[in-house]
Ligand binder design. Structure first.
Ligand code: ADP
Length: 151
């Protein structure tokens, strides 16, 4: 059976920390689908279309990474896009507390659905989308945190 992982997130923006999880995920899975969770009621800072293009540009050298956007329960998106695992990154205990519950709920919703967690690479642990947004908002340079250049 082909091992396909859905890597869900807001990716607002997609950072070097996220890219590291995808690259390491590719050693475990045949394919990684980056799922940009969108919520029609929640406005993004970086537009969805622009972020999709930037992520596509980041992984242009591999055909093992797909990018999709979904406005649904992550567990439903797993089924819709033919994935059989969830992939998530863990930076710290705060991430763990949150992920712990979510993964149990997802396994309840889709029988046997396992979430695979990769511990962040230490040099990338401080990078968060929230901090990048905040820096960008006030005009600070953020390209060093991103695997692509913001124009
Ligand atoms: P969400 O809104 O679902 O938390 P994010 O886009 O913030 O989505 O993060 C998606 C996933 O990437 C989460 O599993 C998160 O823990 C992980 N992640 C975020 N930043 C990093 C990082 N610097 N290193 C490793 N994993 C990360």
């Amino acid at each position: 059976m082909k091992k396909v992982a859905l890597f869900p997130g807001s990716f607002d923006p997609f950072t070097k920390g996220h890219a590291d999880i995808v690259m390491r995920g590719l050693k475990l899975f045949d394919e990684v689908i980056i799922g940009i969770g969108t919520n029609s009621a929640k406005k993004r800072y970086f537009p969805l279309e622009m972020m999709t293009d930037k992520i596509r540009e980041t992984f242009q050298d591999t055909n093992k990474v797909k990018i999709i956007a979904y406005d649904d329960l992550t567990a439903n998106a797993v089924v819709t896009y033919g994935a059989n695992f969830l992939l998530r990154g863990l930076r710290n205990t705060t991430d763990f507390e949150y992920e712990n519950t979510i993964s149990q709920v997802n396994r309840h919703l889709v029988n046997g659905l396992e979430t695979v967690f990769l511990i962040t690479s230490p040099e990338l642990a401080p990078i968060s989308s929230t901090i990048v947004r905040e820096l960008h908002k006030y005009g600070a340079k953020v390209n060093e945190f991103l695997p692509y250049d913001l124009d």
